[in-house]
Design a protein around this ligand. Sequence first.
Ligand SMILES: [Zn+2]
Length: 208
Amino acid sequence: MQPTIEYTQDDSIKLFTIGVESALVVVDVQKDFCLGGALPVPQGDAIVPVLNRYIQKFEEANAPIYATRDWHPPNHISFTSQGGPWPPHCIQNTKGAEFHDALKLPQKAIIVSKADPNKEAYSGFDGTNLEKSLQQRGVRKVFVGGLATDYCVKSTVIAALKLGFEAVLLMDAIRGVNVKPGDSERALEEMMNNGAQKTMYSHTQLAN
Ligand SMILES: [Zn+2]
């Protein structure tokens, strides 16, 4: 089935084919980052149904699907109790660290845990085996969605680019925290300046 190409004013939104060298990376769609969580991203829940459609498409393409997660020890360095900027969130084996209930990750999804107690790891590549795993599967292009645009999505995308992957932002499947107004806009700019590309669901198609 061919997707309908919808009109969009953003000329930087490009058409992409999901092929054998593609992977989906779902960043930190965890309960603590959603409504009712310890550190909710405004409208974070809204991206879940969209991500589910992407997940389906990547499954159809037989492309690997990754889900990163914050997986903090109770005394993580990023918590206010330890002098960090954030309230406690995504503590290992707690409800808040679980993926959003409505996120339909397939059984074969590869979970990437950012678990270093002494480091603030915003990027899914930081202290994990994500790079190696992508290389082993022959992935050259990562499609990134999730939470939050101005933190873990940004860091994951820029890290991917620096490691030599192509990185494509799923513009309809990201949301930002915007601690300072405009943070998400600046994050998008920074990603684009580092070579990121943009797409949205209507602009992705399966290889023939
Ligand atoms: Zn965290």
